[in-house]
Design a protein around this ligand. Structure first.
Ligand code: NAD
Length: 291
């Protein structure tokens, strides 16, 4: 039976470390790290994600400012809010919850966020740093969370065959680059891949990020493989991942549950990115106050 990779437990530890570090800076007289969260409209899943992120921020002493705009907000208005947040010295990180309503060009919005405050890591400058393996950029939160989860369980991707199913801009693509940083041999599959099983069966570490429930079945998984399930889908009143968990856990060496696996790690990575943005802003003061 597979080892369960417990994202909640690992997150608890990471958040405790962040909380301690933040409280040290605040005790030295610095203001608290601050994350501005922008939500356009009332998409129920987005509302839940935003609430989770805000609660998690507050639990570690990161101040969270919510800008909740109506669904029909004109694009120009959203862009000028971002300009204002970019200029605001009190704000370290800016997160615009995706997806945005259809009349808004998501790419324009991402481009408008200052790369220094882009804690989601979606700005091309940060994506470029990921390609160039420059550690000072922001790594998108889900790939970073997965990397931290693997690290916690001492699962080293170096020299391993890593297959990623799903090549989305938020997870699959940036994760493939991060796994290359870790010296894995990476295969990326997507909807046009002819024979996904050919790639999944060879994987030492199999990561699925498609949003297709039960896409990954036991006969697609190598005995003893590490299986990371990023997918989040709603089936009736249940949240499920991409992996047929009950069957695959009998064959895998380690597996993430959904919920309680990658989800909490993504939020923890956001907190880490916000702390990183804050520390860069106050680097002239923090170098002397660091533990
Ligand atoms: P996306 O739509 O950008 O990308 C989906 C990818 O999956 C695409 O590359 C597509 O080609 C591929 N795909 C779709 N159906 C497929 C199939 N049948 N076979 C093979 N490939 C297929 O989506 P995304 O933003 O990358 O999100 C993917 C999933 O991850 C969603 O369920 C999303 O909710 C979830 N997600 C979870 C977290 C988390 O914290 N756990 C964070 C972000 C996204």
């Amino acid at each position: 039976m597979a080892l369960i990779l417990d994202g909640r437990e690992v997150s608890k530890r990471i958040r405790e470390e962040i909380r301690k570090e933040v409280s040290l800076y605040v005790s030295k007289g610095l203001r608290a790290p601050t994350l501005a969260v922008v939500l356009v409209g009332d998409d129920p899943a987005s509302v839940v994600y935003v609430n989770n992120k805000r609660k998690a921020s507050q639990s570690v002493g990161i101040r969270s400012l919510l800008y909740h705009l109506p669904k029909d907000t004109p694009q120009e208005k959203l862009l000028s809010l971002i300009d204002e947040l970019n200029r605001n010295e009190e704000v370290d990180g800016i997160l615009v919850q995706l997806p945005l309503p259809e009349h808004i060009d998501q790419k324009k919005v991402i481009l408008r966020i200052s790369p220094e405050k882009d804690v989601d890591g979606f700005h091309p400058e940060n994506m470029g740093r990921l390609v160039a393996q420059m550690e000072d950029g922001f790594i998108p939160c889900t790939p970073l969370g997965i990397d931290l989860l693997l690290k916690h369980y001492r699962i080293d991707p170096k020299g391993k065959d890593v297959t990623i199913v799903g090549a989305g801009f938020i997870v699959g693509r940036p994760l493939s680059l991060l796994m290359l940083w870790r010296n894995a041999t990476v295969s990326v599959c997507h909807i046009h891949t002819k024979d996904i099983k050919k790639f999944t069966l060879g994987a030492d570490i199999l990561i699925s990020a498609t949003g297709v429930p039960k896409l990954i079945k036991a006969d697609m998984v190598k005995e003893g493989a590490v299986v990371i399930d990023v997918g989040i889908s709603r089936l009736g009143d249940k949240i499920v991942g991409d992996v047929d968990f009950e069957e695959v856990k009998k064959k895998a060496g380690a597996i993430t549950p959904v919920p309680g696996g990658v989800g909490p790690m993504t939020v923890s990575a956001l907190l880490l990115n916000t702390l990183k943005a804050y520390k860069k802003r106050f680097s002239h003061l923090i170098s002397t106050t660091k533990p």
